[in-house]
Design a protein around this ligand. Sequence first.
Ligand code: HEC
Length: 148
Amino acid sequence: MSRVRWLWVLIAGTFLMAGPSAVSAAQFDKVIEGRQQLMKDIGQAGKGLRSATAPASVAASADELAEALAKINADTFPKGSADGSRAKPEIWEQWDEFAAKAKNAVTLAQDIAAKARAGESTAELVKSFGKNACGSCHRPFRKPKQKS
Ligand code: HEC
């Protein structure tokens, strides 16, 4: 091997040793910021759904919600990304349960969209959506708001 190559091996080795922990902590910061923004968008879409009256707008808001809620997954909640966020460690201890809550929320939003398109009443579903879709996951899996 040439001396230049050895130098590269040395440099690469130094980078590897610099620590995966520092790298992953920074990665989590970004992912946490991203998913908190996702939740804020979901909150906005939820408001849109509650204030919609025409069936077409109800359906459109519900579609938007379903799409956003489908992003609650292992990409937005990578294992262990709890520190500095309101995500409880239980999320990863009971991942199937957490994933089921996310899926349930998507299904509920899709139901509302389908009913609105079919001309059926959605008022009751919309009313209970916050509790059934959002609250049912927040209660077990979200820490209370930090007082700052
Ligand atoms: C499958 C679980 C799950 C579902 C479903 C869910 N959330 Fe969340 N939500 C969380 C978790 C966990 C956090 C904390 C995330 C963090 O701090 O990184 C959160 C945080 C939030 C926040 C705070 C964001 C911020 O500013 O930091 C809002 C607002 C929110 N959710 C709204 C909603 C609404 C509205 C719904 C329903 C339409 C919903 N969520 C459905 C798990 C869920």
